[in-house]
Design a protein around this ligand. Structure first.
Ligand code: GLU
Length: 297
């Protein structure tokens, strides 16, 4: 039988906020419930957004709350070689092309952005226009319906060409795009259960497309209800928003489990965080997780 390997992959753009904590609790309890491994990866690839000290603070918070991870923490900033090898593999299959377009040009030519942002109109698909210099590297996506079954949200479909467009794998600033880094990391760490916030539901078919072309196995995906502000905007670490879970450890884990629809026994309502995590690791019921986006209480 294959061992379940889950992971939590925070971006160190600020302290762990409630939305991230929900992803940590969900991924942890589901991996442990299956008798599996749980890994932590710091997604510090997007260096301009990285806040110094935030990664250590997140790890400290996780540890203090009672999370225990397997193996060493993986740092994306140290994995450039693996990403470049994957980029080359895709390049050798003729799937990639240089793109000269600036964001402003794309916005101007794609005035009706899709759910996932502006849809690239394919300007450089057949080669760079005369006199233009390459900026980013994009991958050609197929014009056909694709889908997967999410463990919480059920069947999710997209036509990558129509709904997303050829997407960037290496950005104009030379940085490897999140979509590529995440699949290379998950594949190299043998992650086979991806549990994360529903804001990434719309990225999943791009990631599956990359995995298939890299010849790597596709994990199971479970997206968790996203934590939103009362006005519907996403809770963001960048603005330093949200509760600091350390201040009220047990209460925060209890709230995260409740956010995931779990029915915590009364005697555990005031239990310390590690005890609540142990309960979740035995009892977290996937069927109770609501496939909705809700407002933060
Ligand atoms: N780093 C992303 C975040 O903090 C999560 C990426 C993932 O789980 O695939 O929102």
């Amino acid at each position: 039988m294959t061992t379940i390997t889950g992971r939590f992959a925070p971006s160190p753009t600020g302290p762990l906020h409630f939305g991230s904590l929900v992803a940590a609790v969900g991924s942890y309890c589901l991996a442990r419930r299956a008798g599996g491994r749980w890994l932590v990866r710091i997604e510090d690839l997007d260096t301009p957004r990285v806040v110094p000290g935030a990664a250590d603070e997140i790890l400290f918070t996780l540890e203090t709350l009672g999370f225990r991870w397997d193996g060493e923490v993986v740092w994306q900033s140290r994995r450039q070689e693996a990403y470049l090898a994957a980029l080359e593999q895709l390049h050798n299959q003729g799937l990639l092309y240089d793109c000269a377009c600036s964001r402003k040009e794309i916005l101007a030519s794609a005035p009706h952005p899709g759910e996932e942002g502006p849809i690239y109109p394919g300007t450089c698909r057949q080669g760079l226009p005369a006199g233009r210099l390459p900026r980013a590297v994009r991958i050609r996506v197929p014009d056909r319906q694709s889908g997967f079954i999410d463990g919480v949200f059920g069947r999710y479909e997209q036509n990558l060409a129509r709904d997303v467009g050829d997407f960037v794998l290496r950005r104009a600033d030379g940085m490897i795009a999140y979509q590529l880094a995440v699949v290379v990391d998950d594949a190299d760490s043998r992650v086979n259960q991806v549990v994360r916030g529903a804001d990434l539901l719309g990225s999943t078919l791009r990631q599956i497309f990359l995995l298939e072309n890299l010849g790597r196995p596709v994990p199971a995906y479970l997206h968790l209800p996203l934590v939103l502000h009362a006005d519907g905007s996403k809770i963001s670490k960048r603005n330093g928003e949200g509760d600091n879970p350390l201040a009220r450890g047990g209460e925060m884990i209890k709230r995260a489990l409740e956010w995931l629809g779990q029915d915590i026994p009364g005697e555990l309502h005031t239990a310390p965080s590690a005890e609540l995590l142990a309960w979740g690791s035995d009892c977290l019921a996937v069927g109770r997780i609501p496939a909705t986006h809700g407002n933060c209480r």
